[in-house]
Design a protein. Sequence first.
Length: 285
Amino acid sequence: MQKKDAGQEKLDHGASSTAAAPAIGLFAGDQFSGVHTENAELSPTTEAMLYWAEIYKIMNLRLFGDKLPNCMITLERRGRAFGYFRPNSFKNRHGEIAHQIAMNPECFEPYGDLEAFQTLAHEMCHLWREVLGPRNKNGCTGTRGYHCRVWGGKLQDIGLMPSHTGKPGGRKTGYQMMDYVIEGGKFDLLTRELLENGMHVEWRDALQRYVKSDAAEPGFLSEVGVGVSASSNSSTGQGGQKPKRQSRAKFVCPSCDLKVYTRPAANLMCCDCGMRVKRDFGGAA
């Protein structure tokens, strides 16, 4: 990592000391460094991971006072979830533990860079809740997968408003939770600065299985080539025949990808991950 100018506080993010690692630096002068433009010979893996490591460090510094620990950031196609946080998910040969933040690359293209930044900040608030947030009477941080008031308060503090619809007026707590940008808040100002300095998400999903759809349930994607018949108000199918009533629906755990087929109105939890198993609207079972 590049050192900051003399007189400025020295930042130590626990970066590797490997000499061959490319210098990405948190800042280039007063500007953000563009990881994907620094070295055209970087492999896709190195380029993508360095980019998200850089964004994480910048957000940690500017939104969380540089108090969050390093974590493992992964790119995973998991159901329709934009991302998820899993505590104590990785360890190295020496027994050191790292929490995980997973980002779904299928969301980058249809929803854009700002939504990707929101997802990372959203999951970083879960990390903050896990390591720095107050404990409940049982000494725990709450139910896994649940977005509590403490988490929501931190989200608002960094400039995002929790809402189960992703719009004003939605519930601020619950298992399925989105958020929207508070205009003029910390997150709004930081992401404007990032995008103005060319810090765009370079590597995105190439399969393009999903597209953004206002008809889909908030927080989910619609599958390309598949209609939204599960939520359609149409009373007839092809040929004018009334479609059969759907008796089973597919549910997917956003963390471990567990798949369950049951009645559409079921309310399920994954006992292994402690997360709510969400309805998959990509097509009926």
